[in-house]
Write a protein that binds this ligand. Sequence first.
Ligand code: CA
Length: 701
Amino acid sequence: MNRLTRAAACLLCLDCAGEVAPRLTPADSVAIRQIVAGVDDSTLANPDPADWLQHGRSRDEQRHSPLRQIDTTNVGRLRVAWSYDLGAYERMEATPIVVGGVMYSTGSWNVVHAVDATSGRRVWSYDPQVPRRVGAASCCGSVNRGVAVYRGRVFVGTLDGRLIALDAGTGALRWEVQTTDSSAMYSITGAPRVGRGLVFIGNGGAEFGVRGYVSAYDADTGALRWRTYTVPGDPASGFESPAMRAAARTWNGQWWKFGGGGTVWDAIVVDESAERVYVGTGNGSPWLRSVRSPGGGDNLYLASILALDAATGEQLWYYQTVPGDTWDYTATQPMVLVEGGMGGTRRQLVMQAPKNGFFYVLDRLTGVLVKASQIAPVTWAHGIDSVTGRPVENEANALSTVPVAIRPSPTGAHNWHPVAWSPATGLMYFTVTNDVQVTVVDTAWRHDPRHVNRGVLLGPTGDPENSLGELEAATVELVAWDPIRGAPAWRVRHDGASGAGVLSVAGGLVFAGRVPRRLAAYRASDGALLWEQDTGAGVQAGPVTYSVNGVQYVAVLAGNGVPSSQFAGGAAPTGYRGRARIVAFALDARGPEVPQRDVPPHRRPDIAPDEFAGVTAAILRQGNMLYDKYCMRCHGPAVASPGPAPDLRFSSVSVRRQFGQIVRDGALSERGMPSFAGHLSDADLLNLQAYIVARARLEMR
Ligand code: CA
């Protein structure tokens, strides 16, 4: 029996009757653990196509599967095989890992689920009990992009900064370490990567004044092996490395007091053959360079791709996509390793579509730019100088106290959403968001490590008195990008404004989420839509494919939540809520249909007739500005929250009577609502409430 059928057989003996979680026999646990114990450096380098062994499937993170049972001729027969309720109403970003017929994924709040990949039945789950108050330290909800499996263990990073190793067979805790300073607002949303006996993990928090770094831990013991910072600290404390000493020369003022940023919150790619890891770094803290580093400077290594020695963490080269970033243009986005013929010779390449609107092809041995091409409308730069590799900034659109329209928005032309490369077509597939953000320098900004530090105010784009007028709503497209020509081979418009992850399969297909709530399959060569199906909730995560007992499956996580256009003033989300779930499809499958949308009971706002009646337009504008600055990040644009933070239009009169205690004094801080003491005056609180009530009144009509 090969290891796949062994796993499937072992799962078939589970007692799955009823709704309760199946009983896992000790023999099952041993079998599963043994299979995952076989996941080592050699299997990761040469993964069985039946599995989805690592975040991007293969070491090069191409998200391309050699499986070809599902192809362009039969994809129309894909049906739901099973779905697994993740017990949450939140956006899902995780890529599941599949090994020997068992799927491992995170849901919300870092709960790890091990699921029978043929039936969706739970094998085990593990709740790391993340305290809800840390949700306020995450830029974008209690999201997570998945686990790693290696040497019999399942690894997950948590929102409160822990790295956890679980027994793959039982979900029992094997070790956990705190990878961050708990007194600072660090968080982890990225998936760990593994190799060479190590677990690599980064962190986020650049909006909250942290200093970015990436760490490597011993996979067996959890001992810290190395840690590499991405931005320099206080020079008076000495530099950790020559790279930090060099970086400090590109900063001015006392940047270390603001943390600096440059967090490694998503992409980490292990290049086993070169004994390296590549990491992408995030934006500066605060966003606005003129207060972070007065007098300018490149502020290395913000918004950069770094090549590190996998054994020591020593920096081998860097490429900075946005010197002196001031727009939240992170370079943490997914990276793909490709061996390709660029410039007449075979070269080892790394490719990335970061937030800033360009697509980069670098020589991954040297870090030298091979080609940069523009994927979306860009106002911050005229282009990338192919000789120096530096952007040519558009000084005419620089940030100031006069609002300017910035493209791409801080959400990015392309964000964390997984990308796929097809070796057959030589194209990179990813979603591109065309969005704009009205931005103005926040003259009242002062550093507060408990709150978001931008140094700029965003929007509101919908304000008719905005000097820039009405700006068009964001649009999103799935594109097939030809990196050699630097142009799209095809592009397909999607509904909504949120990006989605992509999967390429050898059957000539690419799968991608279509917002709202659909998974779709396109012909890889020309973008023809060949299949789509309702998933019950929005799909932004990366789909995967795997095979068990001769059946090929395609699976993806679905979930609704604060859309990634949260920073923009785009259309308010609808009241639709779909339960988060994993949905798996197979040809001619006969699983139960995905439960259709949960339509929330019709709610009417609870507003007293005289409550904030007759307030002036000036008060509403001030309240709108404060809302966008402090509240929108969690409660959604235009006071319409798709969750998980409450929709404030439906707060009760009695809750509003406690507005000051909740918003200023932190009465609900244990539940994740931070205190805004020192930020909001009594007048601010009244203006904010007036705006919220005015938005709620619109729901009474
Ligand atoms: Ca950011």
